[in-house]
Design a protein. Structure first.
Lengths: 475, 421, 118
């Protein structure tokens, strides 16, 4: 029997796991997928929002502001890519200046620091490739960008190193509560028991809640498509560029990523399926056209890939945070944008609440830091030489586009909560994320996976169950 | 820092031919850097026949063609390093490479030949919508898995793009027991050789749909089907024409791109059309002492022409190392009227009157035309062609006498002229 | 009667026009070299192909050996000949030109190695 079961290992579940590992308490994370960060967290904008956009007084506003302030220290402790690059909300029409002004007011009201409205001229000074049509902009210096899955993985690894147990392929299908004890049943037939359950199931958080709570939740899966541009065009912009919403629509963002690509998107379409991540041609076209309003020189030739993600939109349009009417059952539901920014603050909030209520002792052995995989591509030559001398696998470049070595790939498999499939390696090392989109390295990475996991090549998958890469031998 | 007269990046057909010819031109201080565990490059996985008719006057398979050149390299004891990846080339010709054996090494080279080939264009670059399950491979990746490793990427296959690798893989997958359901080509013509359409598709009744494209990939964990639609003249899909083809695998053969990220770092000027460097008739780029040949320069259909081009690069690199004076005066070759590009792009007005091959691609399919080389508006060469197509490179071989005329002209133009007119 | 075809003897892919009014005297035009005539006549009477494939290697530095038929064989024998390759594993070392399967399906043509295996 465990003290706490966390359902879901996305950014919310993993960050809560890590914050709870500061205390002497036994925690198990149940994850439906075969890896952490395989739901909403793996495919979103990766934006650390300033906090001016959230409705005043909402959970979104509160946790956004608090979360944003935590990223500098966190990204150092947990070694995940984060850049405070600042964001701009672009106003294209003089008549919209008032709306920009009220966004500014809302931001001030929310407590956002360093907000400023700047002229179109000033915008073009900051961003030379931006459209001539930009009239003015709201400049939020505290805005930033983060690699969402790397942040998620860092949190989970740190939680694991501090004693949290992670169980994969555990889809929760029943929760019963008897005399203060929860029995959590999974689709594989296993049953785990705990005193506390924390629901961090993302787009499925309504279904998990509805297994125990009278008070039903309803999450609407809202799909967003994205387009990623080649790194060689990474200098198109340095700030995150939003468009001021108009009657015509919300517009799309154009932002650099922490790895130097340019990301365009997202669309927002409510869909029926919570799992079907399918990009649509018309949506991709609309992103492309809208992004050109911001940076006119964007062209289709720059695209290296497109993907889609699903956000957990709640009917109430705000985060559902805290203990439900069922005692010791906590909900973190409807965590859509700015969920990634808010996650660190949400995690501390929940951990504080639980530790206070249950008078938890400090975990004296807690280590706040986690070491990232050393990335060959960003080292200087002296460091590279040293690295290869220590581990010759670092001298074997497997992914040419991103300059990822065999050493990094093996590390990503061998480390705690290591990669089990091609997508897992991709998220941890970036092998296959470059301009050739794994055309060159696929078969090599498959061989390394097969060797390190001691499985047949035929068992190597792209992303877990039913995604085997090969369907047999030739003879 | 180490020093070398000639560093050749890539030990595929281009690099091997360049090294051989550099050696035969008198150079002994040569190093080939190859990232794979054996020499031969992509030829090693091209186990089909059709190589070497020009070079060796017999029809070889890829590995046999490669071995001929590997033997030449070994006979000459030319130095090469395997499992070695070049990570940087600077403007002042410092080549940085890494390998497990040597760690990280910087070499200051007198001359560099880029012979590092091309890569396949990925799915993202052509913007196919849909899900991202397993089962989408580039044709070249599938070729490696089948021919080198002995694995089947899938059993029911749809191939997007009618480039040569896609056509060859249609036949190979059929040979290995898979069912190839269709080849889908966006353009109204094939990017591959006619010969391959006959012997890889027609022989096995594999349908080839021109002016069609995949509009959506269906299948969450693994590909389950593709939605295919006809495209209009602007290449936009006509959704009303969409039909579904059940399959577990998609192979992409949608074009090859010269691999020029390293060359860019070295300030090599690239052509927007070929994706390779802009070179003169010595295969030298805008950067003194930096040469290109083979598929990194422009994508070839035939390895025989890669070898020939690379031998020129090897020889000219040696001339450069030996300080042979070069004329500064240059003339650009104009390509007009249906001719998309010519390599080399630039002719040096020097006294090197050696035979030269002009490699030309046309922009579209044309029937009954003359392909002409004009000097100061006078016809130097005129070739009758029943059909020309973008998928088939035209190799215009010039004699020494013709090169002499070329180098003294004030205007060089290559164009297509309709025979009917 | 005229039959159009594309010569596959070499990558040039000449467009051939064959007058097959008299099958005993087929007239070919459009070829660049004499092999075009031979190809057209064969293709119209008894089509042949060189078959390439691979065999599994035991104890070598490669998993697969690539092979080809030393000459073209009848087109209708392609799949039967490929089946032979699936049934046999070969031992390293192997040199280019080594005969791996003799007299394939009684054609007198051999499957020979096209790759050096150590």
């Amino acid at each position: 029997m465990k003290d706490i079961i966390i359902i879901g290992s996305g950014i919310v579940g993993s960050s809560i796991a890590r914050e709870l590992s500061r205390y002497s308490v036994s925690v198990t994370v149940l994850e439906k997928g075969n890896d952490v960060s395989v739901g909403t967290t793996k495919a979103n904008s990766g934006i650390v929002h300033g906090g001016f956009d959230a409705k005043s007084g909402s959970n979104k506003a509160k946790f956004n502001i608090a979360g944003n302030a935590m990223f500098d220290k966190l990204s150092e402790e947990l070694q995940f890519p984060f850049i405070r690059n600042g964001s701009l909300v672009l106003c294209f029409d003089e008549n919209q200046a008032e709306a920009l002004e009220s966004l500014y007011e809302k931001g001030i009201g929310n407590g956002v620091e360093g907000l400023e409205i700047i002229s179109g001229e000033k915008v073009r000074e900051l961003e030379p490739n931006i459209s001539e049509k930009v009239h003015s902009a709201l400049f939020a210096k505290t805005g930033g960008i983060v690699s969402p899955y790397e942040m998620n993985i860092a949190y989970a690894e740190n939680a694991y190193n501090n004693g949290v147990e992670f169980q994969f392929l555990k889809e929760v299908i029943e929760i019963e509560k008897n005399e203060e004890i929860f029995s959590v049943k999974c689709s594989d037939g296993s049953v785990l028991q705990s005193k506390i359950v924390i629901n961090c199931a993302g787009v499925f958080s309504d279904e998990i809640n509805n297994l125990v709570c009278e008070e039903k939740l309803h999450i609407i899966p809202r799909k967003g498509d994205y387009i990623l541009l080649d790194k060689v065009h990474g200098d198109l912009c340095t700030h995150t560029l939003f468009q001021l919403p108009t009657k015509m629509g919300k517009g799309v963002l154009v932002t650099p990523t922490t790895h130097g690509n340019i990301l365009l998107g997202p669309t927002a379409v409510d869909v029926d399926s919570k799992i079907s991540l399918s990009t649509k041609r018309n949506e991709l076209d609309s992103i492309y056209e809208s992004a050109q309003n911001t940076v006119p020189s964007i062209s289709k030739r720059m695209i290296i890939t497109a993907f889609s993600g699903i956000r957990a939109h709640s009917i109430g349009d705000d985060f559902v945070v805290g203990e439900s009417k069922v005692k010791a059952f906590y909900n973190l539901a409807g965590i859509e944008s700015p969920g990634l920014t808010s996650a660190p603050a949400l995690a501390v909030h929940i951990a504080n609440e639980i530790s206070t209520k249950y008078e938890l002792n400090k975990n004296e052995k807690f280590v706040a830091t986690r070491e990232a995989i050393p990335h060959f591509a960003v080292m200087d030559n002296a460091k590279r030489l040293e690295c290869i001398a220590k581990n010759p696998l670092y001298g074997n470049i497997v992914c040419r586009c991103e300059m990822i070595t065999e050493g990094e790939i093996v590390d990503s498999i061998k480390r705690p909560l290591g990669a089990k499939d091609l997508d897992g390696i991709k998220r941890r090392t970036r092998a296959g994320m470059g301009r050739c989109q794994a055309g060159f390295c696929t078969s090599r990475v498959m061989e390394i996976l097969s060797r390190e996991l001691e499985i047949s090549m035929l068992e190597v998958t792209k992303s877990g169950v039913n995604s085997e890469m090969l369907l047999g031998r030739t003879k | 820092m180490e020093f070398k007269n000639l560093v050749i990046i890539g030990g595929g057909p281009a690099g091997l031919a360049a090294a051989k010819s550099a050696y035969d031109s008198g150079e002994r201080d040569i190093l080939i850097l190859e990232r794979e565990s054996e020499l031969g490059g992509i030829l090693n996985q091209c186990i089909h026949n059709g190589f070497g008719l020009h070079t060796f006057k017999e029809e070889l398979t890829g590995p046999e063609y490669a071995q001929r050149y590997i033997d030449e390299i070994n006979d000459r004891k030319i130095e090469y390093k395997l499992n070695t990846t070049v990570i940087d080339v600077s403007r002042d010709k410092i080549v940085t490479y890494v390998s497990s054996n040597d760690g990280l090494v910087e070499i200051n080279a007198k001359a560099i030949i880029f012979a590092c080939g091309c890569r396949e264009r990925p799915r993202g670059a052509i913007n196919i919508a849909g899900m991202r399950g397993a089962g989408v491979y580039s044709a070249g990746t599938a070729q490696k898995l089948v021919n080198i490793d002995g694995y089947m990427p899938g059993k029911e296959v749809v191939i997007l793009g009618s480039g040569d690798i896609g056509l060859i893989m249609a036949r190979r997958m059929t040979f290995e027991g898979a069912k190839v359901k269709a080849v889908i080509e966006l353009m109204p013509f094939s990017a591959g050789l006619n010969r391959n359409i006959v012997q890889c598709l027609n022989d096995f009744d594999i349908p080839l749909h021109f002016s069609h494209t995949i509009v959506e990939v269906v299948g969450k964990d693994r590909v389950e089907s593709v939605l295919v639609a006809k495209v209009d003249e602007k290449l936009n899909p006509i959704m009303e024409t969409a039909f579904s083809i059940p399959c577990d695998t998609i192979l992409l053969s949608v074009g090859l791109l010269p691999e020029n990220e390293l060359a860019k770092n070295a300030s090599v000027e690239l052509s927007n059309i070929t994706g390779g460097a802009i070179v003169d008739d010595s295969m030298m780029t805008n950067v003194d002492g930096v040469f290109q040949c083979g598929n990194v320069l422009h994508v070839h259909d035939l390895v025989d022409f890669v070898s020939a081009e690379s031998e020129v690069a090897g020889q000219c690199a040696v001339n450069y190392i030996n300080g042979k004076a070069r004329s500064a005066e240059k003339i650009e070759i104009l390509t007009t009227n249906g001719v998309r590009y010519c390599v080399p792009e630039i002719i040096l007005k020097d006294n090197e009157f050696k035979p030269l091959a002009l490699k030309v691609r046309v922009a579209n399919v044309f029937k009954k035309v003359k392909l002409q080389v004009l000097l100061d508006d006078n016809i130097l060469i005129s070739k009758n062609r029943a059909v020309v197509a973008p998928g088939e490179m035209e190799n215009i071989a010039l004699t020494s006498e013709q090169v002499q005329k070329l180098k003294t002209a004030n205007k060089i133009e290559i164009k297509l002229v309709s025979e009917v007119l | 009667m005229i039959k159009e075809m594309i010569c596959i003897s070499c990558p040039m892919g000449c467009h051939l026009s064959c007058d097959i009014t008299d099958m005993n005297d087929i007239k070919v035009t459009g070829n660049t070299c004499p092999r075009g005539v031979l190809y057209a006549k064969d293709e119209l009477t008894q089509p042949k192909r060189i078959v390439t494939g691979s065999m599994r290697v035991v104890g070598g530095n490669k998993a697969m050996l690539s092979v080809k038929t030393s000459n073209a064989i009848d087109k209708h024998l392609i799949f039967d000949s490929l089946r032979l390759l699936n049934e046999i594993k070969v031992n390293a070392p192997i040199h280019i030109g080594d005969v791996m399967i003799e007299n394939v399906l009684g054609t007198g043509v051999n499957f020979v190695a096209t790759k050096e295996i150590l």
